[in-house]
Design a protein around this ligand. Structure first.
Ligand code: DAH
Length: 358
């Protein structure tokens, strides 16, 4: 009996002293394993008489259970300690950014386009698209450019080779053909913007052979010049994020609008620095007007019933103005330093409530 007490004391002390799970396992094997000391005592039960065996068996079972429970408890302690150690070792700062900032940047054209779509989207405009390769009808004729009209020459058009029958495709010189396609394809009321690539054979500080425009078109029974003004003034104020940008509309000419106007916004050029907003100067930013009845007719819309306005502006131009980019040609140089400098974070999606650009 005393022996059992001693064994119990020793094994419990060994278990308590086991510094890790491996050491504890060795203690268990030495006590309860196949060749363990308690197992060996159990084996002696077979050689005993019934009374002795009952007594010794009960005592041995008590010992075995007590040792097993102590080993189990120590194991739980060591497990917990090991887990705590691991948690300590693998501690992470959850306030750190989840991953390094993405390397790529959003091109200023894409950013500006997203801003434009966000602003006109909030006013109820849908986005429409058309092909870059157009025909004469959609790019010119339906837009009330009569054959031989000098305005056609002003467009510096890239033409494809003549086809059989004499007509030739061209790279669209403006986004206005999307007006035509939209009016031919849907019934009024129409309220769309059409952003996209446009092409003209021209290259200098302020022209590239490929550039972007966004077209706007509203057609219904009651829209008038006042709506045009309100809509565009609202646009420039939201886009430039200046509440009181002065705006004026100057008479102009486009074959597809009557009357036609160009919109200027206020700016100052003091000290050679261009600032949008109140100032003594004006800056032209877009063309607009009431859709010409001939255009409505060419698109199968009754000009006695329907009317509306249209506008078109250069996306590079308004991006340059907002983001202070001096040379248009640099937009398409694919210069990584330029992109890193003028580009935008991919996670900064422009929205009206969230802010357009940061
Ligand atoms: N299409 C014109 C251009 O490329 C821009 C423009 C002016 C579009 C007036 C319009 C408009 O819709 O009404 O220069």
């Amino acid at each position: 009996m005393n022996d059992l007490e001693r064994i119990r004391g020793e094994v419990l002390a060994e278990a308590a002293a086991a510094a890790d799970l491996d050491a504890l396992e060795q203690v268990r094997v030495a006590a309860l394993g196949k060749k363990g000391r308690i197992t060996a005592l159990m084996k002696t039960l077979g050689g005993m008489g019934p009374d002795e065996r009952r007594e010794a068996g009960a005592a041995l079972n008590l010992l075995k259970d007590a040792v097993a429970a102590a080993l189990e408890a120590r194991k739980a302690d060591l497990d917990r300690a090991a887990l705590n150690q691991r948690l300590e070792r693998e501690r992470i700062d959850v306030t750190l950014p989840a991953r390094p900032e993405a390397e790529g940047r959003i091109h200023p054209i894409s950013q500006t386009l997203d801003e434009i779509v966000a602003i006109f989207g909030a006013m109820g405009f849908a986005v429409a698209e058309g092909p870059d390769i157009e025909d004469d009808f959609h790019n010119f004729t339906a837009l009330n450019f009569p054959p031989g009209h000098p305005a056609r020459l002003m467009h510096d058009t890239f033409f494809f080779p003549e086809r059989e029958g004499g007509d030739r495709y061209l790279l669209r010189t403006h986004t206005s053909p999307v007006q035509v396609r939209t009016m031919l394809g849907t019934k009024p009321p129409i309220r769309i913007i059409a952003p996209g690539r446009t092409y003209r054979c021209d290259s200098d500080m302020t022209h590239t052979p490929m550039f972007h425009q966004v077209e706007g078109l509203v057609i219904d029974e009651a829209t008038h010049m006042g709506h045009l003004k309100g809509c565009l003034v609202e646009f420039v104020r939201t886009y430039f994020e200046i509440d009181d940008v002065p705006a004026r509309f100057r008479p102009s000419f486009f074959p597809f609008t009557e009357p036609s106007a160009e919109m200027d916004i206020g700016c100052s050029r003091k000290g050679g620095e261009l600032r949008i907003g109140a100032g003594s100067d004006w800056l032209e930013i877009l063309g607009c007007g009431m859709v010409h009845p001939n255009v409505l007719k060419a698109c199968g819309i009754d000009p006695d019933k329907y009317q509306g306005f249209a506008f078109g502006m250069g996306i590079e131009r308004i991006a340059m103005l907002k983001y202070g980019i001096p040379d248009l040609r640099t937009f398409f140089d694919s210069d990584l330093r330029w992109l890193r400098h003028y580009g935008f974070s991919a996670l900064d999606v422009p929205t009206l409530p969230g802010g357009l650009a940061r």
